[in-house]
Design a protein. Structure first.
Ligand code: KG4
Ligand code: ZN
Length: 350
């Protein structure tokens, strides 16, 4: 029933390399959350192989969904709606979750809710902080996106800034690869960086100067990669930990500066962090310090809610439930699903 704030939502997520299902009550309370990660399957190739991802989702989705319902002590007939990530992501991977969720919704005669993956990441903060209500500004940094978003009191999103090229997580993964670290590179690079000097090298990108809220990571990434390649070509030794620490600092400095600037411009008092890169401990503490210094409340989800999961999809779906925003059974996977109509400041399409 639209606008009824009480709803138990069964949520499915399969946009990349995690097959996940969860049961979430009233957008905040996680009754169950099951995540099957495919990372070991892709590790040997050094990155996600889309075909392997789709096949693994097909193999696992039934068991993952059954387990999530069992852990919540429910059947699909006990929930109020079925939610699913329908984009953005890998088309073959998304299709598995979308098809399965549509089948469940049809069989149990439940409304279907389509969720944007990035909105899911943002909603992870509402699970973790029960007293947090929009409006707030959120920095979402994942393997595919780096967005600064204003979330209004009705859960409408405005894009304030975004990366113009690589996502922050993508840049971490690529530099990690050059440093000989396994996939996914972000957490491995963070581990190596703990032994390094963050001030050993200075990585710089001219694009990032100025008042605007867009970001570029490809210049920073190329600078780090060139440093490693040139040292290799000259037969010089290089402290890999110093490169990792300096690169991490460059990325995190940029994210902190733009996110805090955005939150102050919007004057809403709260800055949130979300997405896989939010699991980076260095970023979490740097952003917390920077936000506090600027007089902002800072929130971020616990580690297990930063990387892909279905609980966050159930939390975001609750807002669509309240608006009565249901999807037809003709719902399709949208690999490049748009996030917001346009950049609030620059007018660019997202
Ligand atoms: O949100 P997510 O799980 O999947 C996408 O929606 O893309 O994000 C995955 C990304 C990967 O690029 C991964 O390397 C990065 O998040 N990541 C990290 C850390 N943990 C995950 N990056 C830096 N430091 C970490 N600790
Ligand atoms: Zn994600």
């Amino acid at each position: 029933m639209p606008s009824d704030p009480h709803a138990v939502i069964f949520a499915v997520e399969s946009s990349c390399d995690e097959t996940a299902a969860a049961v979430v009550k009233d957008g905040r309370e996680v009754l169950s959350s099951v995540v099957f990660t495919q990372i070991p399957l892709h590790k040997v190739y050094g990155g996600v192989v889309p075909e392997i991802a789709s096949r693994s989702h097909v193999e696992k989705i039934g068991a993952v969904c059954a387990e999530a319902l069992a852990q919540a002590n429910m059947t699909i007939y006990d929930v109020d709606a079925v939610a699913v990530t329908n984009g953005p992501g890998l088309v073959g991977a998304l299709l598995v979750g979308v098809s399965y969720a549509k089948g469940l919704a049809y069989a149990a005669q439940k409304p279907l809710i389509a969720v944007h993956h990035i909105e899911g990441h943002i909603a992870a903060n509402l699970i973790a902080h029960k007293d947090l209500d929009p409006p707030f500004v959120c920095l979402v940094a994942s393997g595919g996106h780096t967005h600064i978003v204003h979330v209004d009191a009705d859960w409408e999103m405005k894009l304030l800034g975004r990366t113009r090229d690589d996502a922050a997580g993508e840049a971490f993964d690529k530099v990690a690869r050059i440093l000989g670290l396994p996939y996914p590179g972000g957490p491995e690079l963070e581990k190596l960086a703990k032994e390094g000097d963050p001030n050993a090298y200075r990585f710089h990108s001219a694009f990032n100067a100025g008042e605007h809220l867009d970001m570029s990571f490809s210049g920073l990434k190329t600078a780090a990669m060139n440093l490693v390649h040139h040292a290799e070509q000259k037969g010089e030794s290089l402290r890999r930990a110093d490169v990792a620490a300096s690169f991490q600092k460059a990325v995190d400095d940029l994210l902190c500066a733009k996110a805090v600037h955005a939150a102050l411009m919007c004057n809403c008092g709260t800055l949130a962090l979300a997405g896989g890169v939010a699991a980076n401990g260095f970023l979490r503490s740097r952003l917390e310090q920077a936000a506090r210094k600027a007089g902002l409340r800072f929130v971020c989800p616990p580690m297990n809610l930063c990387t892909d999961n279905a609980a966050m999809i159930g939390a975001a779906a609750w807002w669509e439930w309240k608006k009565g925003n249901f999807a037809p059974l003709s719902l399709n996977a949208l690999p490049s699903k748009k996030f917001a109509q346009q950049n609030f400041f620059t007018g660019d399409a997202s």
